[in-house]
Design a protein around this ligand. Structure first.
Ligand code: UDP
Length: 238
């Protein structure tokens, strides 16, 4: 077993399936099964979910909305996705808790760090909703900060159809090669677009590994927790 506690970052897009927008129940059920299979390997799992399948703050601000308001709408989208994942996981009889960074106590617990840790210790899958609760941030940064807060050893960055980090865009450049391992410094220097720079810097400064892998390949989430997945590991903090 490679890791004891992991933080899985799921983009909103991952939940949309073929339709590329909204929530596809079949896709969510499939992801939930994969998460349970990974958990059954004996690892504690926290999840940060994005909201891009429903709403992105940037799109709203391009339409002339105030950025902060548009971002709050994005955070609400992540809560909807969180509820969908929670529902799918509980159908499979695992205990979960949805913790929201914006208080909405009828549907989610408020985010309290110690409580999140306690849930993980008890074997519950913890889902972090509403990002960081602040506009101008992303759910990638949320993943980095929450991983640091709950002491996760790695962020499992589940990508849709991309199996790691490449030297160039493999669709445009046939000579592009996949890195098995690179450092955060390389990511920053080469300006590789994996996460936003705030997220990368947080991971780097707090020594959290990042594992980028393709979640379209069945069984990859479980392989990622045991360190057997084909993908790229980014590490080498301070
Ligand atoms: N967001 C935010 N603060 C946060 C996290 C998210 O304002 O801490 C908003 C932001 O508008 C973002 C949206 O929520 O566009 C959805 O999150 P994101 O784009 O990161 O989701 P993903 O790309 O992973 O689906």
């Amino acid at each position: 077993m490679k890791y004891n506690r992991v933080l899985l970052k799921l983009s909103g897009e991952a939940l949309a399936g073929e339709q590329k927008f909204g929530i596809d129940a079949k896709t969510v059920a499939k992801i939930a099964q994969e998460i349970v299979d990974a958990k059954n390997k004996g690892v504690e799992i926290a999840i940060v979910v994005g909201g891009g399948n429903i709403w992105r703050g940037k799109v709203g601000s391009e339409m002339g909305m105030e950025r902060a308001t548009a971002d709050y709408m994005g955070m609400l989208a992540t809560v909807m996705n969180g509820l969908a994942i929670q529902n799918a996981l509980e159908t499979l009889n695992v205990e979960t808790r949805l913790l929201s960074a914006i208080e909405m106590q009828e549907i989610a617990e408020p985010y309290i760090r110690r409580r999140a840790v306690r849930h993980l210790e008890k074997g519950r899958i913890v889902i972090f909703g509403a990002g960081l609760g602040s506009p101008f941030f992303t759910t990638d940064t949320t993943a980095a900060l929450r991983a640091a807060e709950v002491d996760a050893e790695v962020i499992l960055m589940a990508k849709n159809g991309v199996d790691g980090v490449y030297s160039a865009d493999p669709k445009l450049d046939k000579t592009a090669t996949r890195f098995d391992h690179i450092t955060y410094l390389d990511v920053l220097n080469k300006n590789l677009q994996i996460m936003d720079q705030t997220a990368i810097t947080l991971c780097k400064d707090n020594d959290i590994d990042l594992c980028v892998f393709n979640m379209q390949e069945e069984g990859n989430i479980a392989r990622a927790v045991t360190g057997e997945v084909n993908g790229t590991i980014i590490s080498g903090g301070k």
